[in-house]
Design a protein around this ligand. Structure first.
Ligand code: DGL
Length: 271
């Protein structure tokens, strides 16, 4: 038993998709969330920059006394091996969990992948899928405009801008007849309904953050570090306070988080 909180990190709102799953699967766990809202989006930046940001976030969460960290950001997960080398506590990402879930779901061995440009360029999803289920076809598409529209709250099922973008990005993937689609950026499940409507009801959507949260539950069980508390607490830190974070975050989580969001100077924690 370990009642210290779990640290969760993303460039902005996306990691809340993992938090939602954690609060549902593990209601006794407390979560300290860091959203790097002052520097979002990550997906169009260089590997070196993302590495630095990820190290800073890990150092900050560690300083907060968390028992482990879930990097609930597909883009930051691409640099995890390097970023977490000397972390001194367990740090996991979303990529392997999402790939495991996708290969279990696919029947025709055709998997679609949407993610940020940096995540697609890393080739890590393809690499994992090729190991888990050799011969699987992966159709990928970078969707650089989706994170900014989501951060700006354009998340309604009928939002015309978001619908057009989703339709354009998904057209080549749809044309390949995939039966499973990995939402490889943790922001995308926030517009899940729009994506599902575009892909049709027969395509299984894999939520990377949720997949990682469910593997996190197993890891806590196996290591005997589940929280003994009946109800955990949520605390949110951001690197800038944009109006949208609390508003969109509250809508997505279905509970008000405005009073629990605090600004932090993230650069100060790396030694
Ligand atoms: N949620 C992040 C991810 O999973 C978004 C990255 C970005 O800020 O571009 O990749």
């Amino acid at each position: 038993m370990d009642n210290r909180p779990i640290g969760v990190f993303d460039s902005g709102l996306g990691g809340l998709t993992a938090v939602k799953e954690i609060t549902s699967l593990l209601p006794g766990e407390s979560v300290i969330y860091f959203g790097d809202t002052g520097r979002v989006p990550y997906g169009t930046r260089s590997r070196q920059t993302i590495l630095q940001y990820t190290r800073e976030a890990i150092a900050f969460l560690k300083f907060q006394g968390v028992k482990r960290i879930l990097v609930a950001c597909g883009t930051a997960s691409t640099v995890l091996e390097e970023a977490a080398v000397d972390a001194g506590l367990p740090v996991t990402g979303v990529i392997t969990a999402a790939c495991r879930k996708a290969v279990m779901a696919t029947k025709n061995q055709k998997i679609g992948l949407i993610a940020t440009a940096r995540s697609i360029r890393s080739g890590l999803y393809e690499k994992n899928i090729a190991t888990l289920l050799p011969g699987t076809q992966v159709e990928s598409m970078a969707c650089p405009l989706l994170v900014p529209v989501i951060e700006n709250g354009r998340i309604g099922i009928d939002d015309p801008v978001t619908k057009i973008l989703v339709s354009e990005y998904l057209a080549p993937i749809k044309a390949q007849g995939v039966d499973t689609l990995i939402l490889g950026c943790t922001h995308y499940p926030i517009i899940r309904d729009i994506i599902q409507a575009e892909m049709g009801p027969d395509v299984t959507l894999v939520d990377a953050g949720a997949a990682a949260a469910s593997e996190l539950r197993e890891a806590l069980r196996e290591s005997g570090t589940l929280s003994p508390s009946p109800r955990g607490e949520l605390k949110f830190f951001v690197s800038d306070i944009p109006e949208g974070f609390a508003t969109v975050g509250s809508v997505f989580l279905g509970r008000s988080i405005g009073e629990r969001v605090e600004k932090v100077s993230i650069q100060h924690y790396v030694k």
